[in-house]
Design a protein around this ligand. Structure first.
Ligand code: SF4
Length: 100
């Protein structure tokens, strides 16, 4: 099921209780309009990425999104397309290590 704005709010605002690292508590986007992180197709992602740029848990957020296969929204400062690129790159590296 795709993550929507409600899921995102729930994750960032309440799931912190359930995670050992509690990175969500330090998220720069706490209190920021979640719609910003789920722009309509073709809309600008610049504002969301600007929030992420100064976020101290950017790495944790990105890894969370990659690990959970989040297909929508800006996570860790990366768009869906950029995350797909990271996943592809990592898959290629894994394959190269397995062969080499
Ligand atoms: S990287 Fe961006 S989306 Fe992730 S927690 Fe930080 S501000 Fe929020």
């Amino acid at each position: 099921m795709p993550v929507n704005v409600t899921d995102f709010i729930e994750l960032v605002h309440t799931e912190a209780e359930n995670t050992s690292q509690r990175w969500q508590e330090r998220a720069n986007c706490l209190g920021v309009d979640p719609d910003l992180f789920f722009p309509e197709r073709g809309a600008s992602t610049r504002e969301a990425k600007a929030v992420c740029k100064g976020c101290e848990v950017r790495f944790e957020c990105l890894e969370y999104a990659l690990a959970h296969g989040e297909k929508f929204g800006i996570w860790g400062g990366l768009s869906e397309r950029e995350r797909r690129r990271v996943r592809r790159q990592r898959a290629l590296e894994r394959r190269a290590r397995a062969v080499g």
